[in-house]
Structures are given as structure tokens and as C-alpha cells.
Design a protein around this ligand. Structure first.
Ligand SMILES: Nc1ncnc2c1ncn2[C@@H]1O[C@H](COP(=O)(O)OP(=O)(O)OP(=O)(O)O)[C@@H](O)[C@H]1O
Ligand SMILES: [Mg+2]
Length: 219
């Protein structure tokens, strides 16, 4: 199953979602995480550096905390600029065939990599923050989803209550991930926040949100 995390607005929590969802899913499923953002947010969140070499898509992976991570590399920029959507979709599906679940982190745009990730996806999930620009981005995403005939699951990030917008291709769950400095601390250290709190806190605060998200996504 391919799960794509998408929202063309920057900084809404795509990478945070992809990293922690993959970490939670890897406890019960053979899980991979594909960083398709040339900026490499997922890569650094797992303590790695963007690779300066070029690989074919899915050409390099490292197993960290039981998640098979495919880090960002120089080849992604070329694919973003000159890649063909059909070929990228095929490569994504080829990578996913080796796993129960492939989670994909995407860049903050609706370019070749993001669109290919949506087309390849079995499930699309979209974090939305309660700011006007993020909500506007969700509306644009809705239009794009309609044009490719796909549906997405929306949920709220950085808020204590869920937001719900009436869209035709994005249905909002009542999952709302609160603002927490654990996310920032964990990303600075290069570990998923859920992993970090498992080690640091007696009582985890954040895992239930991602467990819920995993459940809703796999339904
Ligand atoms: N719920 C949260 N509470 C506190 N900080 C958060 C939360 N979610 C994300 N952040 C922080 O906000 C910043 C942006 O989040 P993230 O990188 O996941 O967004 P993104 O959508 O992937 O951004 P980009 O589009 O630039 O790739 C990061 O520093 C992250 O640690
Ligand atoms: Mg990101």
C-alpha cells in the first residue's frame, strides 16, 4: 500500500506526519519511507544527510528504527524538472512492491514528484493547519484531486481542535495534532518524535495521534 502525504503549502507538517506515521506503522508492518522532497526533510529527520550522488528512484535505502528509509539525493531535482509523470509513478510502484507499506513525503508544490506520488497512491493524507493560506492550499489540492479522480483524508496539525472544510475530494477526520515542542526537539536530534518520547517520557503524549491516523488511513 502506498500512502502519500501531501499539501502544497510549506511548513504544515507533511514531513512530521510522514516520519512519525512510518515509525508507528513499522511496529506491525514491513514499512518503507520514501523522501521525494529534494530538500530532504524526512532524510534529516532520520539523522541522515541528503546524498550528493544521483540514484535512480529507490536506488538507495537505509534501515533505521525498523523503517526502510529512502533518503533524498541529487537525482530528485532532475526528476522534478525533467521527469515524466508516468515513469515516476512506475518507479514508485516498483519500490512499493517490496514492502507492506510505502509512505511518501512530498515537496511543497504540485510538481512532477508530488503529482506522481498522488497518482501512485492508494491513500492520500493531508495535514492542514488553521491558517488562511493553508486552508486555501487545501482547496487547491481538492481541485487537483478532482482532476486526477482521487480522494484524500484531511486532518489538522498544530491545533487543539480539528478544522473541517467542506470539500468534495478531501474528507476531514477529527484528528488534530497539537503544537508540541517535542517535534522540534526530535527533528533537531534526527529522530522521529514518537521514538524520542518513547525514550524520554514515562507517558507518551503524541503517539496516540499517529496511531489514530494510521488506523484511519488503513481503513
Ligand atoms: N504539531 C507540531 N507542533 C510543533 N511543531 C511542529 C508540529 N508539526 C510540525 N512542526 C514543526 O514545524 C516545522 C515544519 O514542519 P514540517 O517540516 O513537518 O512541515 P512540511 O509541511 O514538511 O514543510 P515543507 O513543506 O517545508 O517540507 C518543523 O520544524 C516541525 O518540527
Ligand atoms: Mg517537508
Amino acid at each position: 500500500m502506498i500512502i502519500t502525504v501531501i499539501n502544497q503549502k510549506g511548513g504544515v507538517g507533511k514531513t512530521t506526519t510522514a516520519v512519525n506515521l512510518a515509525y508507528v506503522l513499522s511496529k506491525t508492518k514491513n514499512t518503507a519511507l520514501l523522501d521525494l522532497d529534494p530538500e530532504g526533510g524526512t532524510t534529516t529527520s532520520f539523522g541522515m544527510k541528503r546524498d550528493k550522488k544521483e540514484y535512480p528512484l529507490g536506488g538507495k535505502s537505509v534501515n533505521i528504527f525498523n523503517v526502510e528509509v529512502f533518503p533524498a539525493h541529487l537525482g530528485l531535482l532532475k526528476l522534478e524538472l525533467n521527469g515524466e509523470v508516468d515513469e515516476v509513478v512506475k518507479s514508485i510502484k516498483d519500490v512499493s512492491n517490496n514492502f507492506d507499506i510505502l509512505v511518501i513525503d512530498t515537496p511543497p508544490n504540485l510538481g512532477t514528484l508530488a503529482v506522481s506520488s498522488m497518482i501512485a497512491a492508494d491513500k492520500i493524507i493531508s495535514p492542514v493547519t488553521p491558517q488562511p493560506l493553508a486552508i486555501e492550499a487545501a482547496k487547491n489540492l481538492d481541485g487537483r484531486l478532482q482532476s486526477i479522480g482521487k480522494k484524500a483524508i484531511g486532518f489538522t496539525n498544530l491545533s487543539n481542535k480539528s478544522i473541517s472544510i467542506d470539500l468534495s475530494s478531501v474528507s476531514f477526520t477529527n484528528i488534530h495534532i497539537p503544537q508540541s515542542r517535542l517535534f522540534v526537539e526530535a527533528s533537531r536530534l534526527g529522530v522521529p518524535a514518537i521514538r524520542y518520547e518513547e525514550i524520554r517520557l514515562k507517558k507518551p503524549k503524541l503517539s496516540r495521534f499517529f496511531e489514530e491516523l494510521a488506523k484511519v488511513t488503513l481503513e
